[in-house]
Write a protein that binds this ligand. Structure first.
Ligand SMILES: Nc1nc2c(c(=O)[nH]1)N[C@H]1C(S)=C(S)[C@@H](COP(=O)(O)OP(=O)(O)OC[C@H]3O[C@@H](n4cnc5c(=O)[nH]c(N)nc54)[C@H](O)[C@@H]3O)O[C@H]1N2
Ligand SMILES: Nc1nc2c(c(=O)[nH]1)N[C@H]1C(S)=C(S)[C@@H](COP(=O)(O)OP(=O)(O)OC[C@H]3O[C@@H](n4cnc5c(=O)[nH]c(N)nc54)[C@H](O)[C@@H]3O)O[C@H]1N2
Ligand code: SF4
Ligand SMILES: [Mo]
Length: 719
């Protein structure tokens, strides 16, 4: 029996773990209470992580589709077949014939991200699609325009904050996740509340977070921009702004004044369906609070208005002097300066073939993928790789994407099990779970809310037939004779190190991501005057806090040409004026309900639902409906109902509750994904219904390409 310390890589809370192992099997996972930074969010998903490792339907060798079933193959067969078929397509149609989608777990493996990009650059395709377009791309677009880099994600200084304005976030469930790691962020927020801090939650639903709030504003969905614009107006009109920051830190405040001068408070209040007096009160309280922060999350982003809402949240922080001040939003440079490194490579530019949209954070929008597969012509996608993703469930209009995936000449899925999005795969490639792999995650060290480093230890050996993604991408590039990173000589170099490792019997000589990790640590920056060494890292199993949180890095980190925050990027101002000119959105005839969404403490987007013990009260999602709406439709608790939109319909049980406002129904996302059994051939398992089948793929935020997963309207009827 042995004990290993590592951290959970399911979500960005990155909880420190103590894992007990016997005979290469995990027998127990608990929180690593000696971890100085990050064990406080420890949850049942981390506690049961080994159940996915031992999943009865796990893919443990490459599997090739033969007719309607799968047969095991060797890695050589898999790599050679995929490489041959892709090369033929590229020779015939050019590199854009190859597409790739990567999902959320890619972000929890730095070697996966890096070598995936190396392979994409080798192939030369611009048909890259990413989960960001159903998640955080609004934030990237705002960070680029205001701070000069998509990577400038401010972190929250929770322990010093007196006034939390949480908009479209449910940290009581989601563990303060998004583009930051704030361990125990919600518990620490509640601790501040016990010392007098105020928590204001803006959410159309009465969530677990709203239950604890001092004030809950049940905003109309998709209208946060109107609420935030009204707040900016009150603050600027009443002279409550931070004069020095508005003058010395930011440009564009005059443009903001001009914008709010043309907006009417009563009209904005009507749009977001909140009393004007309440908005004025919150604006004044926020501006006058000694230390405060606005935090915006997916609830703001997953709408057609997402970028404008996200932008105005940042504006509130900037104009009230919350950037880089205690209790506000800080910039954490991290021990590896990813921002500086990213400045060394030219950001790619490309317009999508059909809709002409730009890349955001290096990828196109998932909403554009189905048409890019089905529309003939030069640049049509003929082969796809799905890397750690389940876009048929997590993205909009899953049925349309499913039909498109079925038309591909080649679909390759890299995953632990075969889920809904992999149902048409020609090849299933078995991945390695994070409990089975080492990782440093050095390139995201700036997302931790204090200077921190931990080496993520592997705990058990992977099944012999599983492979880490980076190795799959390297092998594919070599087999396709396309140089990794697009750098000539790279493949020969990698092959030479492999030969050397074999010849000498020293596996460490082979080029692996570990080389890069060592390089990153060797060239890392001093934090609090201290430089971390590889040896120290290896002998610190619980991780190292590299000193107190530092302020004063934000200004220097800005990547704008004038080193100022651009508070009013012209494209955002223009779009806001358009929104002001449009009438407030109304439900279309026949679809009177706004379709809301929730996460579940015991699921991770579309996965882990199936893991034993995680959903003891029943493995499914319901449609949650207000008692008065239910009564009007003759629906009782537990009735089976049909929920339908202009693009799809699902059936599920009704749950009558006052959590949603009237006129809204909630269907949790992430359910309704089948899990297939390519090895055993037994029928697929499935729990609940996929609410994203109801979402129109054409509804996107025009500035970020993000799907409006929370803007949809539906009808409800008893079956
Ligand atoms: N309606 C609605 N839809 C949403 C959201 C919402 O709030 N509402 N949230 C959105 C958000 S924030 C996100 S991030 C997306 C998620 O969208 P996706 O990332 O596309 O979907 P996931 O459900 O997270 O699927 C992840 C897949 O990766 C696999 N996987 C897990 N670990 C590994 C690994 O180490 N290697 C490999 N190769 N595979 C692995 C899992 O088995 C699973 O099949 O969903 C979005 N969809
Ligand atoms: N247990 C668990 N934790 C997770 C995840 C998970 O699947 N399960 N997913 C992880 C991922 S990938 C991410 S990105 C983060 C996301 O973290 P959060 O963004 O905090 O995600 P949610 O918990 O979905 O909270 C979003 C809230 O926005 C509200 N909302 C919807 N529309 C609107 C609107 O128009 N305006 C406002 N103001 N609010 C609105 C919803 O009702 C919901 O309560 O969570 C992460 N943490
Ligand atoms: S899934 Fe749970 S245990 Fe794992 S990092 Fe997130 S909150 Fe922590
Ligand atoms: Mo996400």
């Amino acid at each position: 029996m042995s004990t290993t310390y590592t951290f959970c890589r399911y979500c960005s809370a990155a909880c420190g773990l103590e894992v007990t192992v016997e005979d290469n099997r995990v027998t127990k996972i608990s929180a690593d209470k000696q971890n100085p930074h990050s064990w406080h969010d420890f949850c049942a998903k981390g506690r049961t992580a080994h159940q996915l490792v031992e999943h009865p339907r796990r893919i443990v060798a490459p599997m090739r589709r033969v007719g309607d079933s799968y047969v095991e193959a060797t890695w050589d067969e898999a790599i050679n077949d995929i490489a041959t078929r892709m090369t033929e397509l590229i020779d015939a149609d050019g590199p854009d014939a190859i597409g790739l989608y990567y999902g959320n777990p890619t972000g929890y493996s730095s070697s996966n991200v890096l070598f995936m990009i190396a392979w994409l650059d080798a192939v030369g395709t611009q048909n890259r699609y990413a989960v960001g377009s159903v998640d955080q791309n609004a934030m990237h677009v705002v960070a680029e325009a205001m701070y000069g880099s998509i990577l400038m994600a401010p972190v929250s200084d929770v322990d010093n904050c007196d006034y939390f304005l949480l908009i479209g976030a449910n940290p009581a469930v989601s563990a303060w996740n998004w583009l930051e790691t704030v361990p125990g962020g919600w518990q620490r927020t509640l601790e501040r509340q016990r010392h007098g801090a105020k928590i204001v939650v803006v959410d159309p639903l009465r969530t677990e977070t709203a239950d604890k709030a001092d004030q809950h504003l049940a905003v109309r969905p998709g209208q946060d921009w109107a609420l935030l614009l009204a707040m900016v107006k009150v603050i600027l009109d009443e002279g409550l702004e931070h004069a020095a920051d508005c003058r010395d830190l930011a440009t564009g405040v005059d443009e903001l004044r001009a914008l709010v001068a043309d907006a009417d408070l009563d009209e904005l209040a009507a749009r977001c369906d909140l009393p004007r007096t309440v908005i004025e009160g919150v604006a004044r309280d926020f501006a006058r609070a000694p230390r405060a922060m606005v935090v915006t999350r997916t609830g703001v982003a997953l709408h057609v208005t997402g970028t404008i809402g996200e932008w105005l949240g940042h504006v509130l922080n900037v104009i009230t002097g919350r950037m880089d001040r205690p209790g506000g939003r800080r910039f954490e440079p991290g021990y590896v300066d990813a921002l500086r490194l990213s400045g060394m490579v030219k950001p790619p530019t490309h317009k999508s073939r059909l809709r002409g949209s730009d890349l955001v954070a290096g990828a196109h929008a998932l909403a554009e993928l189905p048409d890019e597969i089905t529309t003939p012509g030069p640049g049509q996608i003929r082969a796809m790789v799905i890397n750690c993703g389940n876009p048929v469930v997590s993205g909009p209009h899953g049925a349309k994407l499913d039909a498109a995936l079925a038309q591909l000449d080649l679909l390759v899925a890299i995953d632990l099990v075969q889920r809904e999005s992999h149902r048409h795969a020609h090849w299933l490639l078995p991945a390695v779970h994070w409990l089975e792999r080492d990782d440093l995650m050095a390139l995201t060290s700036n997302l931790h809310d204090e200077p921190y480093v931990q080496y993520g230890q592997a705990v058990v050996d992977p099944p012999p037939g599983a492979r880490e993604e980076w190795r799959i991408f390297v092998d594919l590039a070599i087999a396709m004779r396309k140089p990794l990173f697009g750098a000539k000589g790279m493949n020969s170099f990698v092959r030479a190190t492999r030969r050397l490792a074999k010849l000498t019997g020293k596996p460490g000589l082979e080029f692996t991501p570990q080389w890069l990790n060592r390089l990153l640590v060797a060239t890392s920056r001093k934090v609090n005057g201290r430089k971390v060494s590889w040896r120290e890292l290896m002998t610190s199993p619980h991780g190292l806090v590299l000193g107190p949180r530092e302020f004063g890095h934000f200004r220097a980190a800005l990547r704008t040409d004038d080193k100022m925050v651009h508070a009013a990027p012209p494209e955002f101002v223009t779009r806001t004026r358009e929104l002001l000119a449009e009438p407030a959105p109304m439900p279309p005839a026949g679809y009177p309900f706004h379709l809301a969404n929730r996460r579940n403490r015991h699921s991770m987007n579309s996965w882990l639902n199936e893991v034993p013990g995680l959903h003891p009260s029943g493995k499914r999602n319901d449609v949650v409906i207000h008692p008065e709406d239910a009564a009007a439709l003759g629906i009782a608790d537990g009735d089976v109902v049909r929920v339908f939109s202009e693009v799809g319909a699902i059936e599920l049980a009704a749950s009558v509750s006052t959590r949603p406002r009237r006129g809204m129904v909630i269907v949790d996302h992430g359910w309704g994904s089948r899990i297939f059994d390519p090895r055993g051939g037994s029928p697929p398992e499935s729990y609940g219904a996929n609410r994203n089948l109801l979402i129109d793929d054409l509804a996107v935020d025009p500035l970020s390409g993000t799907s409006a997963l929370s803007s949809g309207y539906v009808g409800v009827e008893r079956v």
